[in-house]
Design a protein around this ligand. Sequence first.
Ligand code: RP5
Length: 325
Amino acid sequence: MGLFLSILNSLTSYFTSQKYVTLDNKNDEISNKKFHTACRSCHQNKLISYQSKIDNLKPDEIVYRTFVPDDKVCWSVKWSDYKPKNYTAIKLLRDKPVWADVENPLDIKNWNQIDNQTDRRSHMGVYEVVDGIPINPSGRTGIAGRGQLGKWGPNHAADPVVTRWKRDTNGEKIFDPKTNKPILQFVSIRRLDTNEWAIPGGMCDPGEKISQTLKREFMEEATDCLGQNSEAREKIENHLSQLFENGVELFRGYVDDPRNTDNAWMETIAYNFHDEDDTVFKNFALTAGDDAGSVTWMDIDGKLKLYASHKNFVQKAAELHSAHW
Ligand code: RP5
């Protein structure tokens, strides 16, 4: 009975509230795009900047990715000389934060399942575990180990794409002159670690429902609720509660995150929460908090440059609302 309840609990926490809607074929377009460039040598600088920031490494201590050409990303392509360097952030090894896994992956047995409160399942299906070490389902990254990620294997996140229409001072929607479509805006934060604009998403806490992660991360990064007293926090939460009750799932799967390694990678569920009539945000100021340097309403446009795979999620939101892209 205990086991049954714990499985039921895990399943419940995995899925969102019933009011949330899923789009048909939502992942097709994203899956067809060439996966996984941000975590390869073409973006070497991102890994290096992480290392210098997190571990304060001197130039000669930095661990570089092995160059992985496009045609050698797939594990099915033989590459007998492939011997990527092993790298796990010193900060993880030294500080052993509670949210991180044990140092040795061989001490973890429950791959591809719920392991206590940690969800080790992948949205991509069953991933391979070779000699006790999980293998990135999207292929080679040029570096082994856990990198800067807390968990071996999948690291689960949630991304709230919060949108509204761009309006003029009379409250009328603004249209793009070329596409003749109304312009959608989304709440974007500037990440402190890479300085890139991003969706205010974050890691799922153990056992947390996705709906909770989406709201919590948005509140922490775009309203600075952590810097407020409990009364102010409650006010913000009540104000946003209706918006977060109705979401549309845009994407669920692997994220092309610059921190990914051959043995640890990011996965996410992205949801759209849309303020159609500007009722929620008309008189509500955004304030950057937690690991966000700044926050803004950003116009959604095909030329956007965003962190990891976030541009794909925002594009899905534009398509959903027949907005300018
Ligand atoms: C990305 O990293 C996800 O899409 C999510 O936005 C984010 C979670 O990592 P942190 O923001 O917590 O570092 O891959």
